[in-house]
Each structure stands twice: as structure tokens, then as C-alpha cells.
Design a protein around this ligand. Sequence first.
Ligand code: SF4
Length: 182
Amino acid sequence: MSTEPAPKITVATAWLDGCSGCHMSFLDLDERLIELVKSVDIVYSPLVDTKELPEQVDLGILEGSVSNDDDLAKAKAFRQHCKFLISLGDCAVNGNVPAMRNPFKLADIFDRAYRETVDCQPQIPTVEVPALLKRVVPIHNVVPVDCFIPGCPPHADAIWYVLSELIAGRTPETTKVTKFGA
Ligand code: SF4
């Protein structure tokens, strides 16, 4: 009988246009994180040092909406490299706070953010800043998503439930443990 431990599930996370609150909720797993790392290896994330998305990842978790070129590229890269993709939090699931800019023209948003409300050297940045998309969209508008965890942020218990179910090879019923804005 083999005594080899089961291979760990590889996990990658990223935040797009979000406030990092959903990642903070992930960290709110607290002592359950110790349990989690017994079966999970976080291979790419703002929470770890590795900054290159591996070629193949079992589970991708994306926080935030798609608001600029960089978000779009990350969402596509996650879809390409992750077998299973989770949309974490209301911004990822429905646009939420970032999408509040959608009723306004981009030019008006730039004026408001970089000229009207700035006292010193008002100017619109053009160098090394990802270009904004005309509209903010949820992740599933640009790539297929396998699982949605709503909430602003989702409760750590909901994140724990979903991860535990996936690790156990089951399909999580997220509607039982999540609600928008909670
Ligand atoms: S869903 Fe809420 S907590 Fe999560 S990134 Fe958006 S605003 Fe922040």
C-alpha cells in the first residue's frame, strides 16, 4: 500500500478591480488556513511571493471586476491556465462598486478624478497605467466562470465551505451560504 500523500490542489488568486476586501475575507479563515494548506498549495497570489502564473493550476480565484486592459488580460490568463475558476465577491460577480462609473462618460470620469478634484499638477496619466475599458463588467462577461461566491465581501465561512467541498470532490451549493452585499 502506497504511503505517498495525495498531491496538493494548486490554487491561484488575483484581484482585478476590487478593494482587496475579498482577499481579506479569505485571510479571515484564520486557523482554518492551517488546515487548508495541508491539501492546497497557493502557487500565485498577492498573498504569496510567486508572481508568475503557472502553466496549469487546479483552482483559480478572482476578486474584482474587469475595468481595464490589465484586468481583462488577467481574467483571460486565469481562464486559460486554471481548470476551475471562481468569481469571488460582488465586484467579480456583478460589477458592484466599480461598475458605479458605468453611467458616466470616460472623459468625464478622468476630468473628475484627475483635474477637478486635484490641487497639485492636475493631469491625466497616460504612461504605465492600464487603459480603462468603456464599461466595467463582471468576470463572466469576458470569460466563462465555474462558480460564483457573492458577498461584499463573502463571509470566510462561505469561502471555507466552497473550498472544502471542492477539495472533497463535491460541487458546492453556494446559494446556501452566500448572499449579495452580505
Ligand atoms: S466585493 Fe466588496 S469586499 Fe470584495 S472587492 Fe468588491 S468592494 Fe471589496
